[in-house]
Design a protein around this ligand. Structure first.
Ligand SMILES: Nc1ncnc2c1ncn2[C@@H]1O[C@H](COP(=O)(O)OP(=O)(O)OP(=O)(O)O)[C@@H](O)[C@H]1O
Length: 495
């Protein structure tokens, strides 16, 4: 199936965000689409998937002009899209999720034995045999749920498969299964459109790479003709400073101290310190318990036993409000659920926590508030630049992530816990975030950086804690640790 887009334009409420995009894809290709946050990648995908109409332009499949009026139209033409946001129903089994479009029946009743068998066959056929079709989807790890989501798109073999950051929550073997699947789809002549911020995998998987910037396609290239560095520069439109600031930490007094913290069924007997001026990485695969640990330290989930203290005062926070009052901030991974209020303006979202915590008199100083927020928008280069009064839902995904970070940085915390702060964030902004964390640490902040991105953990921190199945399994110095060593601890197989 060849796909052609010609002169595709899109405007939202009079503001044009795609300015005439041309794109071509052939059967058996992996067409990677890369670009900074807000460049227009998701918009392009929505047009390809029939979820948004184009304002002007043309789409052709095998040379024939097509018009997509709905996602249903796209389905009918063999186009399937897997978005970052999961759409599977947690309460239903994997089988039910997969076969929702039509169950095998016997005498009018659903034949469950046949249904599970068909689901199993489907999963095995795409290399996802590790998933048991009878499990309720909600009980699977986020990584496995994402895989079910992909499997769902393959129930009837598509001709074009669009994947929006499919690897963001995958690691280790799951990631390998995805790559293997994509290779197999290529062999079957499927055109895969692959959107990702992870350039290393783009370089590995793509046959061609399309670079989008500010609503334009500014380059089309191939992995053999470019490099990660060049792609980053193209996306940013300038040469980037060094990705990771060279850290030379001189840690001060202990700021965050965690002792024997346990939450039954999630993690057990976790102890560590983070000192002033220190950036400590917490690495673990999805499902290792790192996010649960962070939420518990922050008082968002109760612990079964153990202590948490900030600056020596012994506490175990019962609510996030107590933690915030003690100088703790937690930037969460799931911006949709815990980070932002979609219908509110960017300004109000960013100012939300600060204004509650710092309010002294009965009045909020509106001018000062706007000034602080605007400065933060500029510092994190949240796009579009004049977004303060925009509704936060209208920001691109990566820019929403930056807004969450802005919100917490404004509380001027003493201990900052970042849970996957760069997930979905483009390279140029990542660099800005790393340098900003570094600055904050130099000013005495204690930082715990939770991440499943190994290069990030190695580059941006002083010390690395590794977690496996709810336990701390290793502690290493970032400048001495090797990738394999960290991974061995993460899968519980260190010597
Ligand atoms: N519903 C909407 N209304 C108004 N503007 C929108 C809407 N959706 C997206 N935009 C704007 O369109 C531009 C492109 O956004 P898009 O989501 O396509 O970016 P992206 O490349 O996918 O970014 P990211 O990597 O951050 O997900 C952004 O400036 C965004 O603010």
């Amino acid at each position: 199936m060849t796909l052609e887009l010609r002169g595709v334009r899109k405007d939202y409420g009079g503001v044009e965000v795609l300015h005439g995009v041309d794109l071509e894809g052939r059967p058996g290709e992996v067409l990677a689409v890369v670009g900074a946050n807000g460049a227009g990648k998701s918009t392009l995908i929505k047009i390809l998937s029939g979820a948004e109409p184009m304002t002007a332009g043309e789409m052709r499949m095998d040379g024939e002009p097509v018009e997509l009026h709905s996602p249903h139209d796209a389905h009918a033409r063999g186009i399937r899209t897997v978005y970052q946001e999961l759409s599977i129903v947690p309460g239903l089994s994997v089988t039910e999720n997969l076969l929702m479009g039509g169950f095998p029946r016997r005498r009018g009743l659903i034949d469950w034995t046949a249904a599970h068998a068909r689901a199993r066959e489907l999963l095995e056929g795409i290399g996802f045999g590790a998933i048991d079709p009878r499990t309720p989807a909600g009980r699977l790890s986020v990584a496995r749920q994402q895989m079910v989501e992909i499997a769902k798109a393959l129930v009837t073999m598509p001709r074009i498969l669009v994947l929006d950051e499919p690897s963001a929550v995958l690691a280790g073997g799951d990631l390998e299964s995805l790559f293997e699947l994509i290779r197999r789809l290529r062999e079957r002549g499927v055109l895969v459109v692959y959107v990702s911020h992870r350039l290393a995998e783009v370089m590995e998987l793509a046959t061609r790479i399309v670079v989008v910037k500010d609503g334009w396609v500014i380059a089309t290239t191939e992995p053999s003709r470019t490099s990660e560095g060049e792609l980053i520069d193209l996306m940013a439109g300038r040469r980037l400073e060094q990705i990771y600031p060279g850290r030379r930490a001189r840690p001060g007094a202990t700021r965050l101290s965690v002792r024997g913290l346990t939450r039954a069924g999630e993690f057990e007997d976790v102890s560590f310190d983070v000192r002033a001026g220190e950036i400590v990485g917490l690495f673990g695969l999805v499902g290792s318990g790192r996010s649960e640990l962070a939420r518990c330290v922050f008082g968002a989930e109760p612990s079964s036993s153990g202590q948490v203290s900030v600056d020596g005062g012994d506490v175990r926070f019962r609510t996030p409000a107590e933690a915030i009052a003690a100088g703790l901030a937690l930037v969460t991974e799931d911006r949709k659920r815990t980070g932002l209020v979609g219908g509110m303006s960017v300004l109000d979202n960013i100012a939300l926590t600060t204004m509650r915590g710092m309010r002294r008199g009965p009045l909020i100083d509106a001018a000062r508030r706007r000034e602080k927020v605007t400065a933060m928008i500029e510092r994190l280069s949240i796009q579009p630049a004049h977004c303060a009064s925009m509704r936060v839902v209208n920001l691109s995904g990566g820019n929403q992530q930056k807004a969450v970070l802005a919100k917490w940085l404004l509380t001027e915390p003493r201990v900052l816990i970042l849970d996957e702060p760069t997930r979905g964030v483009d390279m140029a902004t990542r660099v800005a975030i790393y340098h900003m964390i570094d600055d904050l640490a130099r000013d005495g902040l204690a930082v715990l950086l939770i991440s499943s991105d190994l290069t990030e953990v190695m580059g941006a921190t002083d010390r690395i804690l590794v977690m496996n199945q709810g336990r701390l399994t290793g502690e290493l110095r970032s400048d001495q640790a090797g990738e394999n060593e960290i991974l061995a601890h993460a899968i519980g197989q260190a010597a």
